[in-house]
Design a protein around this ligand. Structure first.
Ligand code: SF4
Ligand code: SF4
Length: 215
């Protein structure tokens, strides 16, 4: 899940300075779960902009706004409203903002959200980063716990030695992931994996923009 939070309202109003007519597009997937760009938040944004003299020409929540075909479909369905707008306010992640721009023939699109990380959705509105999208996954060696993400130092070959009472020396509210990895591997009968030296990372795999061709 792509975790987002809403930008502060002053920033959004600054973005919209000079634009009178606005079309608002939300996201039916991640931003709905994060409560940053679902039906409720889009409606609330519409009311907010109305109070500041903006004319909201229309609103929609695109089921998957980071999917180009869906973004193009949204454009066809709301063509008149979008064309008469000065801009689109996109309550979607950064990827979605750009896909909406591509899908609406280059319309001016303002981001309403900060895109934070790829995370696990936990109860009570808690989101925790679990993967840094490194393109070279080591989870099979580490008991399915990611040291690149869950260790603040990103250590790949065991702990730094600074943990105290099981807590990380960088963040004392957090358990040291390398102690957790050790416990997991022990439970799985795979402790020998602790001795395996991970080779130097091939960071060329992380160069942006990454692409994947499947056909
Ligand atoms: S090693 Fe960690 S950052 Fe890399 S792909 Fe696996 S979970 Fe993600
Ligand atoms: S204490 Fe553990 S989690 Fe914290 S930086 Fe050191 S190895 Fe990483």
């Amino acid at each position: 899940m792509i975790i987002t939070k809403q930008k502060d309202k002053k920033t959004i109003l600054d973005y919209l300075k000079g634009d009178k007519k606005i079309f608002i597009a939300g996201c039916g997937e991640c931003a709905t779960v994060c409560k940053t760009g679902g039906e409720e938040e889009v409606l609330s944004m519409k009311n907010f902009l109305g109070k500041y003299g903006k004319i909201v020409t229309g609103t929609t929540v695109v089921d998957v706004p980071c999917h180009l075909v869906k973004a193009k479909k949204m454009y066809q369905q709301h063509k008149k409203q979008i064309q008469e707008s000065d801009s689109i306010l996109a309550m979607v992640c950064g990827d979605g903002v750009q896909t909406i721009m591509d899908g609406t023939k280059g319309k001016k699109v303002h981001p309403a959200l900060e895109t934070l990380f790829l995370g696990e959705v936990q109860p009570n509105g808690r989101f925790v980063q679990k993967c840094s999208l490194c393109s070279d996954c080591v989870l099979d060696e580490t008991g399915s716990l990611c040291p690149i993400t869950l260790c603040p130092k990103g250590l790949l070959n065991g702990p730094c030695g600074g943990a105290k009472d099981g807590k990380c020396e960088v963040d004392k509210d957090m358990d040291c992931v390398w102690i957790q990895i050790y416990e997991r591997l022990k439970k799985l009968g795979q402790l020998s994996k602790m001795k395996k030296i991970q080779p130097t990372r091939d960071n060329s795999k992380r160069l942006s923009p990454r692409r994947l061709e499947t056909k």
